[in-house]
Design a protein around this ligand. Structure first.
Ligand SMILES: NC(=O)c1ccc[n+]([C@@H]2O[C@H](COP(=O)([O-])OP(=O)(O)OC[C@H]3O[C@@H](n4cnc5c(N)ncnc54)[C@H](OP(=O)(O)O)[C@@H]3O)[C@@H](O)[C@H]2O)c1
Length: 232
């Protein structure tokens, strides 16, 4: 018997990077997993790997800046799986540069994907979630400390942590838990496009931290957990 046998999960930004590794970690532990983002090819690759692990998978093409796509994402998910046990609001974008250099488009995208999209996704998800369900939002260490050159991004991640803390309190009565995970520099396309070179974590290590959070029965809802290296 695996930890997540009979459980269903939705991972936004599940086509690559951290989201992909969270999706595969969930499937390895027995969950059926849907992955959502804009790039179908990447999602299909993740879905194929989930199926290879013997689990059901679903590809949902969705742009989280669009309310209608967010609604459609949950319609498609519920049509296939019938219930939503775990949600990972993980999709995100980042653009480097001091505030005065940021374009309007960059500013809007960071706010719309990292915060607005996450808020709307959570609101829709809660319509379907029952007692025992869990939501984990991917924030960042840049949501704990303001990083120059990433001001708008940092602001969205501070917002995610505040939102997580507040919503966790609102939904505790329903028996639904919400947490945030805060990775540091992680070797993904986002990292490569921002800075390149060596990063502190592999995306698999972030997924391992998420697994630890899901197992940690004593973790207080609303907590923003900073990803750390753990001795094996
Ligand atoms: N890498 C790091 O160092 C680091 C550190 C701390 C936190 N994080 C956070 O970790 C999360 C995952 O990032 P990553 O590092 O894995 O980067 P990544 O490899 O670039 O993955 C980002 C994911 O988000 C999806 N996404 C972006 N815009 C979207 C939109 N409008 N609608 C739907 N999906 C969208 C992307 O898919 P499409 O482009 O196909 O839509 C992709 O699947 C983000 O929230 C990021 O802020 C990353």
């Amino acid at each position: 018997m695996k930890l997540f046998d009979g459980k269903t999960a939705l991972v936004t930004g599940g086509g690559r990077g951290i989201g992909k590794e969270i999706a595969l970690m969930l499937a390895k532990n027995g969950a059926d997993v849907a992955v959502a983002a804009r790039t179908k090819k990447e999602l299909e690759k993740t879905a194929k790997e989930i199926k290879k692990l013997g689990r059901e998978s679903l590809v949902i093409k969705a742009d989280l800046t669009k309310d209608k796509d967010i609604k459609k994402m949950y319609l498609e998910f519920m049509k296939k799986f019938g219930k939503l046990d775990m949600l990972f609001n993980n999709a995100g974008v980042a653009f480097e540069g001091e505030l005065e250099e940021n374009t309007q488009k960059q500013i809007e995208l960071m706010i719309d994907v990292n915060y607005r999209g996450l808020v709307k996704s959570t609101q829709e998800a809660l319509k379907h979630m029952e007692r025992g369900s869990v939501i984990i939002n991917t924030a960042s260490v840049a949501g704990k400390t303001g990083y120059p050159g990433l001001a708008v991004y940092s602001g969205t991640k501070f917002a995610v942590i505040g939102f997580t803390e507040a919503v966790a309190k609102e939904i505790s009565e329903k028996g639904i838990r919400m947490y945030a995970v805060c990775p540091g520099a992680t070797k993904t396309r986002m990292w490569d496009e921002l800075y390149g070179g060596k990063a502190e974590f592999r995306p698999e290590e972030v997924a391992e931290e998420v697994l630890r959070m899901l197992k940690g029965r004593n973790l207080k809802p609303g907590t923003a957990v900073v990803v750390r290296h753990h001795k094996k």
